[in-house]
Design a protein around this ligand. Structure first.
Ligand SMILES: [Zn+2]
Length: 211
């Protein structure tokens, strides 16, 4: 996708020899879906911005919030709105998940590494309002990726989410974030900017290699 910088070549980083190539998969609200291996090289990164999907999710949250402010019982209306929007978004998420699975076929024996949820997951319905930015969307995206990986017989592991995902994947300095891009503050680091989601995906892949 244009506009998102890929992780810079990182020959020094370590992906211990194993049976799999660990590919970190990040899902978020700024970048819908991003992936990268532990040792990124040009062309190994993957990112989907999916602004149109995020806009639909955001408008769903706004509509739901408005319905909840009405003085009458709006739960039936909320369910209809949610069902209608989900009907539109769901096939798009699975299309993006298909594109991700196509992308990871370039690796030897790929294994997807996703973040383990910190808390008991809420259902999509329970988390549909959230902070107005459709926080249920990353959860739904993860589910789409997991389902497609299962169908493609690509193994999936879940690891504890790296605590400092906005540290530069190359030098470890904590970057600054703007418009889904992470800028490395270290002038001597070859990373100028990297997609935030792809940077987080590199951290996930490395954690997957260690666990
Ligand atoms: Zn750096």
């Amino acid at each position: 996708m244009s506009g998102v910088s890929e992780p810079t070549d990182d020959p020094a980083s370590d992906d211990p020899p194993g049976d799999h190539t660990n590919v970190g998969v990040y899902t978020g609200t700024d970048t819908l879906l991003a992936a990268a291996p532990a040792r990124p090289t040009l062309g190994t990164g993957f990112a989907v911005d999916a602004g149109h999907v995020r806009e639909r999710a955001a408008s769903l949250a706004t509509t739901t919030d408005a319905l909840q402010f009405t003085p009458f019982d709006s739960s039936g209306g909320e369910a209809q709105v949610f069902a209608a929007v989900w009907h539109q978004i769901r096939p798009q998420l699975y299309d993006e998940a298909d594109a991700l699975l196509d992308h990871v076929r370039q690796f030897d024996a790929p294994r997807l590494v996703l973040a383990r949820r910190r808390t008991q997951p809420a259902t999509l319905w329970e988390s549909r309002t959230n902070d107005g930015n459709g926080a249920w969307l990353p959860t739904a995206t993860r589910q789409a990726v997991t389902d497609r990986a299962c169908e493609a017989e690509v193994p999936v592991v879940r690891v504890t989410a790296p605590g400092r995902r906005d540290d530069c994947h190359r030098c470890g300095a904590t970057g600054t974030v703007a418009d889904g891009q992470l800028a490395c503050p270290d002038g001597s680091c070859p990373v100028d900017e990297v997609g935030r989601g792809q940077n987080a995906a590199v951290h996930l892949a490395r954690r997957g290699a260690r666990e």
